[in-house]
Design a protein around this ligand. Structure first.
Ligand code: NAI
Length: 408
């Protein structure tokens, strides 16, 4: 009998619980969970001691499918759940990736596949740097986002899938060893029919397609001239943008494409043709949700899937003030905009509007990355830009490895 597909889900939040539940329900699959955060492993193990998890999937036709299943083992000890895993799927916010890479490093083997779901910019650079020698052998995959909008309703036991993406792009950076199971096909089986997983031609496509300027630009648009007076209610986030913000998004998107073109001009063999400008990306990804697609401004304001989403705010004496320490800045800047800036510096293409946003955002989160337009600030070392890992040439950016490793 063929050996079952062995999965290790890394994380304990909304997405990790959906993945663990869905994957466990598939035939010939053994699913274990590694969760390092606080007492999550203990709580989750206890919750499923005598019960199955219930994953409630809201389907597009309004019906609900209930999947009942549970992972074999949930542990905070990597030596228990990592060895022998064919695929390790990291489903945690990007700031937690480092801890997981360090925990799994001694227990993976050269045929392992490591998946970032989502990976977020710099995933490959950080993974290879922490895993060291074995990273030349393993396969690294990075997806653009989570396949589902999902929320835990009862920790470890019950989770709602509010919506499922129709398709999801992911990259595969192959190492020297051949994985025990075909990675993309295996992941597709775990997910089921949707989303349809689509492989990009280069891992940089996923880095660029994170469009990490979007959240900072919307925050900038709303709060740049804020008079510091608390508000009675939180303003709409996407659906509340003005035309000036839409123009800023278009300009930042054009700078992303300029950098991509700068790369392909020097390396025509690198295929980044799948990259879309932000307007066409919205039209492609939210086709059925957009009521007025005449331009980017209307497309964002009339995107039904953004209904009710408001700016991150904190409440003070019954009134609302913006929360600049939300993940929209604290994650999207060091794990997004700075990574892009690092790549554009190496390519040698100027990105003035992204720089302007970065300067504004870094001040809001109390960090210093850009100094006089260059990534020389003291906090650059805490970001996932290529320079953090000693990658300084375009060839190194494209391969994710240092020149001497590429030559070996
Ligand atoms: P989540 O917010 O549920 O993640 C929390 C989990 O992360 C915790 O349960 C813990 O396991 C881990 N964690 C938190 N702080 C930690 C720390 N200091 N050290 C170690 N681990 C820590 O995340 P969720 O919702 O599962 O999302 C995962 C990723 O997918 C995020 O990047 C999120 O932005 C993205 N995403 C989520 C969507 C959703 O509907 N939940 C939709 C689209 C993207």
């Amino acid at each position: 009998m063929a050996r079952p597909l062995k999965i290790c889900v890394c994380g304990g939040g909304n997405g990790a619980q959906v993945m663990a539940g869905l994957a466990s329900s598939r035939e010939d699959t053994e699913v274990n969970v590694l969760t390092l955060f606080k007492d999550e492993a203990e709580r989750w193990s206890k919750a499923i001691e005598n019960k199955d998890m219930v994953i409630k999937v809201n389907n597009k036709d309004g019906s609900i499918t209930e999947v009942k299943s549970k992972p074999a083992v949930v542990s905070k000890d990597p030596s228990v759940v990592v060895p022998g895993s064919d695929i390790l799927i990291l489903i945690v916010p990007a700031f937690a990736h480092e801890e997981y890479f360090k925990a799994i490093a001694p227990h993976i083997d050269k045929k392992s596949v490591i998946v970032g779901l989502p990976g977020q910019p710099g995933f490959e650079y950080q993974c290879m740097s922490i895993l060291g020698e074995i990273s030349v052998q393993i396969t690294i995959m990075s997806f653009e986002t989570l396949p589902w909008a999902c929320r835990i309703t009862e920790f470890g036991l019950s989770v709602d899938v509010l919506g499922t993406k129709k398709f999801l792009a992911g990259s595969i950076l192959r190492g020297k060893a051949i994985p025990r199971k075909p990675p993309l096909m295996s992941l597709q089986v775990l997910h089921g029919f949707e989303p349809s997983l689509q492989q990009t031609k280069h891992f940089l496509v996923i880095l660029f397609m994170s469009y990490s300027f979007v959240h900072p630009a919307i925050l900038y648009g709303r709060w740049k001239n804020w008079d510091k007076k608390p508000l009675d209610e939180a303003p709409l986030f996407y659906q509340g943008i003005d035309e000036e913000t839409a123009t800023l998004l278009e300009t930042c998107s054009k700078e992303f494409l300029d950098v991509a073109h700068g790369i392909t001009a020097k390396h025509p063999e690198v295929d980044l043709s799948e990259l879309l400008d932000i307007y066409n990306w919205y039209l492609t990804y939210y086709k059925e949700d957009i009521e007025d697609s005449t331009n980017l401004y209307n497309a964002i304001r009339t995107n039904k899937s953004y209904k009710g989403l408001v700016h991150p705010m904190t409440k003070e004496k019954g009134k609302f003030v913006p929360d600049f320490k939300s993940r929209y800045l604290t994650e999207d800047i060091p794990m997004g905009m700075v990574v892009f800036k690092g790549v554009s510096e190496i390519v040698g293409i100027e990105t003035p509007m992204n720089d302007m946003l970065l300067e504004w955002g870094q001040e809001k989160i109390g960090k210093k990355y850009l100094v006089d337009g260059k990534l020389t600030g003291p906090d650059v070392k805490d970001t996932r830009c290529p320079q953090t890992y000693g990658l300084t040439t375009l060839e190194e950016v494209l391969s994710g490895r240092k020149a001497e490793e590429n030559a070996a």
